[in-house]
Design a protein around this ligand. Sequence first.
Ligand SMILES: *Cc1c(COP(=O)(O)O)cnc(C)c1O
Length: 356
Amino acid sequence: MKKYNFYSGPAILPKEVLEQASKSVVELDNIGMSLIEISHRSKEFVNILEEAKQHVRELLQLDSDQHVLFMQGGASLQFCMIPYNILNEHETASYLETGVWAKKAIKEARLFGNVEVIASSADTNFNYIPKKYLVPPTSKYFHITTNNTIYGSQMQSMPEVTIPLVADMSSDIFSRPVEGKKFDLIYAGAQKNMGTAGVTLVVVRDNLLGKVKRQIPTILDYRTHIKENSLLNTPCTFAIYVSMLTLRWIKKMGGLVAMEKINEEKAIKLYNEIDSNPLFTGVIAKQDRSRMNLTFTINKPELEESFNNAAKEAGCIGIKGHRLVGGFRASIYNAMPMEGIDVLIGVMREFAAKNG
Ligand SMILES: *Cc1c(COP(=O)(O)O)cnc(C)c1O
């Protein structure tokens, strides 16, 4: 039976990307060697790295003073690496607290300087995105999480600020057009919408760096990674390759405008079912709903496990919600076909008809 991968991450990837990646693991482009056994400094791999960077630059419409880096340590390493590199001990950074990942970023930043949480939706278990807040112009930078993977909320527009804007885009990067120029630092773990686990994309503006007083270990200093073109030490060559293939696929599909259109169609269709089916309720305030991670609960909690099983039997895998939210979460990243949405909707209807 056909399976649909609704996991939040590692997550679904386009079939043609998986097929090409598996071929290249055996032999890369008829060179007589595997992708994963060639040197990261070989011409073949450097070409892959450069192509990946070029796709990122084009898709995010970056300025020439914005550097594209492929790093390790996940988005989680960025939680500490960012303040380490750009926040002095007596300076203050502003954070928007919209979920678990934002909380983790805040916790790490507090190790290096002052952190002001300028708005939070913690009071309602993060079921909306705060909108009325002032970002102090004296703050060193403003940190946001554009899509809250666990709760299922998403910023529908980006804040206009006069200070450097830093964004965790792990779970919605390349899902919609973003004006990359407006950001001074963007980071994203690849395993949600860009590729496979093991690599983290970082886009950092040049003039953000070199201003902290502390010593920074070589491997944690963005400037070394810029200087070494993401080849300071052995990078995750396979993960970079898979990201490159996915970015190539996104461009072939029509780029971010096309991605957004498909993602909207998929999300609207599934939210319509959540809203009209008497057995289910959406978790997030309507205006802040994510188009990537759709969270909903079942109105008869005793049926939770049985619905999860019904979904599994129909081929919909990974819809169990995060324990902090409960209920269900359908992660429908770029590669999820409309067919997967239709199958899930079919299960919801059939289940409601039997148990409503
Ligand atoms: C998954 C996720 C992270 C953590 O990513 P790792 O690569 O596992 O460290 C951080 N932020 C957001 C928004 C995420 O979805």
